[in-house]
Design a protein around this ligand. Structure first.
Ligand code: ADP
Ligand code: MG
Length: 258
């Protein structure tokens, strides 16, 4: 059974059908990217998967269990975690303290509580600090972890957002345009980081505009246009797909990574 099954998912906002009868599955341990022109419905799809929005029709199953209709908090406890936007980073605090706080919030609210509640508060604190340092080092932020977040360049701030999400111990991580605004070097580092996350056994669902990065990193790609799935396949299959080329032509200057 696939880790995530998206079945006939539809979301209407008044007269607008933002997501229209979309179905696909995500296998455990995969990196699957969702691509499509601006306004295609990608972010709405992510909000449906993480249960921040309720579908008009269709459903999302995680490990065979229905998540649509559950609270976003409950869905996060089950292991489906969306990246936090930059705005949830505390700019006056260090990167390290941001990730420590994210652990502590998870401790109050999340599944981490069960694991950590056994020890004393002091032991919890030690374990949290170790985990925060480990996550930051793993994501290539080890050398800047004691810098205040406001002093970090854009690429590092994005990585910090992912580190904060990792504190919640996701099994399925949803990244909405993690490479946006990054230069080529930053993107290369971030691609390595996402591959590293996958090596830890975390399944990654990615919405991304950077075609070069998407083609490099993805096991599978789902293409949506005007809310509908128009193609699905490996990067090589997507590159050669006529419908995909057509959907992108005339929209903007995006290329398919050639
Ligand atoms: P993408 O992420 O692919 O750029 P979105 O999922 O953000 O696209 O948006 C898809 C469509 O749904 C757009 O036309 C957008 O204006 C519309 N939309 C998104 N969220 C809402 C909302 N909360 N209310 C009304 N319309 C929305
Ligand atoms: Mg979007």
């Amino acid at each position: 059974m696939s880790l995530l099954q998206i079945q006939n998912l539809t979301k209407q906002f008044g007269g607008l059908t933002a997501v229209n009868d979309v179905s696909f599955e995500v296998e455990e341990g995969q990196i699957l990217s969702v691509i499509g022109p601006n306004g295609a419905g990608k972010s709405t799809l992510f909000k449906l998967i993480s249960s921040f929005l309720t579908p008009t029709k269709g459903r999302v199953l995680y490990k065979g269990e229905r998540v649509s209709g559950l609270s976003p908090h409950r869905v996060a406890q089950m292991g489906i975690v969306r990246t936090f936007q930059e705005t949830t980073v505390f700019k006056e605090m260090t990167a390290f303290d941001n990730v420590v706080i994210a652990h502590q919030l998870g401790l109050k609210a999340g599944p981490l509580g069960i694991f950590l509640a056994s020890g004393t508060a002091r032991e919890d604190e030690v374990r949290i600090r170790e985990s925060a340092a480990e996550i930051l080092t793993y994501l290539g932020l080890g050398h800047v972890m004691h810098e205040e977040a406001r002093n970090l360049p854009h690429g590092y701030l994005r990585a910090l957002g992912i580190a904060i999400a990792m504190a919640a111990r996701p099994k399925l991580l949803l990244l909405d345009e993690p490479f946006a605004g990054m230069n080529v070097d930053e993107t290369d580092r971030a691609v390595d980081m996402v591959e590293g996350i996958r090596r830890r056994g975390i399944t990654v669902l990615l919405v991304e505009h950077d075609m070069r990065a998407v083609m490099r990193i993805s096991d599978r790609i789902v293409v949506i246009s005007f809310g509908q799935k128009i193609a699905e396949g490996t990067p090589a299959e997507i590159r050669a797909d006529e419908a995909v080329i057509e959907a992108y032509l005339g929209h903007d200057d995006e290329t398919l990574g050639h």
